[in-house]
Design a protein around this ligand. Structure first.
Ligand code: NAI
Ligand code: MG
Length: 499
C-alpha cells in the first residue's frame, strides 16, 4: 500500500517513488558506498522514499567536478548576460513545475500546500532578482594619490567553488536563496540539502539540467550532516561554505573551515523579540504577532518567539494571541483547510515538547487551551507561555516550534525596552507594533538585529538583505549583499608611465 497521501498528484508521486541518485558533473550517479537513507512524511511518520546517502568520497567527486567547471571558465567567465538568461530559464521552469514542487515540499516538510505554493512562487522571483545582478556586478575606478600616473580599478570575481549546506524548514527556498546568488556571481556549487528534506533539491537538480546549466556547475549530494556535510565544510578544494541551520552546527562549520581558511557565511538561529505598544493597531498586531511565531509551526529562524506587550494591554493581547493559536487547524498539508502542519521529525517534536514542559516547570503559565491531537505524525499545537521571564531557558534558547513566550513591559524608556530586545545571544530579527513612527525608528536604531519590521512581520523581498548580528550569523542573504559575498574583490593598478 502506498504511504503517499491520496491527494498527491501523479507527477509528484512518480518522482517520490523513483530511484534517487546524486548529481555530479551533470550526471545522476549512485553513491560510491551504495548507501541509502529513508525519507518520511512528518504528518504520518510513514516512509515515503529512499535517497542516496552521499559520503566524503562523493563530496570529493562533486568538489572535483565543481572545480573543473569553475576553472574551465565556461560559467565563471562567460558573458554575464548568458548567466542571466540561464537563471531566467530556471525561474520559468520552477514556475511551470510549481504544483509538483509544492506537493513535494508538503510531503517532505509537512507544511500546508497553500503555503508551499506561495513559497515556490517566491523562489522563482528570487532567481529572477539574482539573475538581474549578473550583469550589474561592477567594480569602480579608484583615483590614486601616490606619485606617477595611474589607472586603478576594482573588479568583482566569483569566489570559486562553493559548498552550500541548508536546513529542512523551507527546503526549496533555502536551496534557491543559496544557489541563485552564487550562480549569478559565476561560482560553481556543491549543495547538500538537509537529510530530512532531500526531495525538492533533487527535483531542482533535474530542472537545472533541463535549463541547460553546464555540467559540474551545480552538484547535489544528499546525505547526513555528520558525513557529507562535515566533509564539504572541511574540504580543501572548497573556497567558500555557506550554511543555514543551528548555531551549534554553524560553529562546527567555522572550525572545519579553518584548514584552508575558506570564506564562511552563516545564517543561524534566533530568539527574536516582538514589541506591542499600547498605541498599536491591535487588529493588525494580534494576528501579526501570532503569525510571527505560528507560521510554518514556528520552524522559522526569524520567528517572533519572545513577545513583549505593554502592561496596559498585556492580559488582553496575550489572551487574543492564544485564542488565535487555538483556532488554527492542524493536519496533513495536502488537506485543504489546515493552517499548520507537523514539525519536521520526532526528534524536533520531542525537543519542543521538552521546552514546553521546562517552561511550565520553571513557572510559566499556559495561556493556550489544551488540545487532543492524533497519535500519528509530529504535531505540536500553538502554545503561548505567559508570565515567562528572562532567566528561563524557554526565553533564552531557540525552540524552533510554535511556542511563544509572553512578557509584559511597563517602561516607556526606549533604552530599557531595547535592553529587553538585546538580552539574547542572538540578533536576527525584531518586530515593532506602534502607530508612533518616531518611536519605531528610535527603537529600531537601538536593537542589535539584522532585520527590524514595523507594523508587519517577516518582510520577505529578494531585494531586502537578511542575516544576523551576534550569534545569528555572518553575512547576509538576499539583496546585493548576498551576491557580493560570493565574490572576491580584486584591485588592479596600471602604471601609465610618464607624460
Ligand atoms: P543542523 O544545523 O544540525 O542542520 C542543518 C544542516 O546542517 C543540515 O543540512 C545538516 O545535515 C547539516 N549538518 C549537521 N551537522 C553538520 C556538520 N557537523 N557539518 C556540516 N553540516 C552539518 O540543525 P538540526 O539538527 O536539523 O536542527 C536543530 C536545531 O537547529 C533546531 O531545533 C533549530 O533550533 C535549529 N535550526 C535552525 C535553522 C535556521 O533556519 N536558522 C534551520 C534548522 C534548524
Ligand atoms: Mg543537527
Amino acid at each position: 500500500m502506498s504511504t503517499l497521501h491520496p491527494r498527491l498528484g501523479q507527477t509528484a508521486a512518480r518522482f517520490i517513488q523513483r530511484e534517487h541518485l546524486l548529481l555530479i558533473d551533470g550526471q545522476w550517479v549512485a553513491p560510491r558506498a551504495g548507501g541509502r537513507f529513508e525519507v518520511e512524511d512528518p504528518a504520518t511518520g510513514l516512509l515515503i522514499a529512499q535517497v542516496a546517502e552521499g559520503q566524503a568520497v562523493d563530496i570529493d567527486l562533486a568538489v572535483a567536478a565543481a572545480r573543473r567547471a569553475f576553472e574551465s571558465g565556461e560559467w565563471s567567465r562567460c558573458k554575464p548576460a548568458d548567466r542571466t538568461r540561464l537563471l531566467l530559464r530556471l525561474a520559468d521552469l520552477i514556475e511551470a513545475n510549481g504544483d509538483e514542487l509544492a506537493q513535494l515540499e508538503v510531503m517532505d516538510n509537512g507544511k500546508p500546500l497553500a503555503f508551499a505554493r506561495r513559497g515556490i512562487a517566491g523562489t522563482a522571483e528570487m532567481v529572477r532578482y539574482m539573475a538581474g545582478w549578473a550583469t550589474k556586478l561592477t567594480g569602480e575606478a579608484v583615483p590614486l594619490s601616490i606619485p606617477g600616473q595611474w589607472h586603478a580599478y576594482t573588479v568583482r570575481e566569483a569566489v570559486g567553488v562553493v559548498g552550500q549546506i541548508i536546513p529542512w524548514n523551507f527546503p526549496l527556498s533555502m536551496a534557491i536563496w543559496k544557489l541563485a546568488p552564487a550562480l549569478a556571481a559565476g561560482c560553481t556549487v556543491v549543495l547538500k540539502p538537509a537529510e530530512q528534506t532531500p526531495l525538492n533539491a533533487l527535483r531542482l537538480g533535474e530542472l537545472i539540467l533541463e535549463a541547460g546549466f553546464p555540467p559540474g556547475v551545480v552538484n547535489i549530494i544528499t546525505g547526513y550532516g555528520a558525513d557529507a556535510g562535515a566533509a564539504l565544510a572541511a574540504h580543501p578544494g572548497v573556497d567558500k561554505v555557506a550554511f543555514t541551520g543551528s548555531t551549534t552546527t554553524g560553529k562546527r562549520i567555522v572550525q572545519s573551515a579553518l584548514g584552508n581558511l575558506k570564506k564562511v557565511t552563516l545564517e543561524l538561529g534566533g530568539k527574536s523579540p516582538v514589541f506591542i505598544f499600547p498605541d498599536a493597531d491591535l487588529s493588525a498586531a494580534i494576528p501579526g504577532a501570532a503569525n510571527a511565531i505560528f507560521f510554518n509551526s514556528g520552524q522559522v529562524c526569524s520567528a517572533g518567539s519572545r513577545l513583549y506587550v505593554h502592561r496596559k494591554i498585556y492580559e488582553r493581547v496575550v489572551a487574543d494571541i492564544a485564542a488565535y493559536g487555538d483556532r488554527l487547524q492542524l493536519g496533513h498539508g495536502m488537506e485543504a483547510g489546515n493552517d499548520l502542519g507537523p514539525l519536521i521529525s520526532k526528534v524536533q517534536m520531542e525537543r519542543v515538547q521538552r521546552y514546553i514542559d521546562s517552561g511550565r516547570e520553571s513557572g510559566a503559565t499556559l495561556a493556550s487551551a489544551p488540545r487532543q491531537l492524533s497519535e500519528q505524525g509530529y504535531f505540536v499545537p500553538p502554545t503561548v507561555l505567559a508570565d515567562t521571564d528572562a532567566r528561563m531557558n524557554v526565553v533564552q534558547e531557540e525552540i524552533f516550534g510554535p511556542v511563544l513566550c509572553a512578557m509584559p513591559f511597563d517602561d516607556d524608556d526606549l533604552s530599557a525596552i531595547a535592553g529587553l530586545a538585546n538580552d539574547t545571544e542572538y540578533g536576527l530579527f525584531a518586530g515593532i507594533w506602534t502607530q508612533d513612527i518616531g518611536k519605531a525608528h528610535r527603537l529600531a536604531a537601538r536593537i542589535r538585529a539584522g532585520s527590524v519590521s514595523v507594523n508587519a512581520h517577516m518582510v520577505n523581498d529578494p531585494a531586502l538583505p537578511f542575516g544576523g548580528f551576534k550569534q545569528s550569523g555572518w553575512g547576509r542573504e538576499r539583496g546585493r549583499e548576498a551576491l557580493e559575498l560570493y565574490t572576491e574583490l580584486k584591485s588592479v593598478a596600471i602604471n601609465l608611465g610618464q607624460a
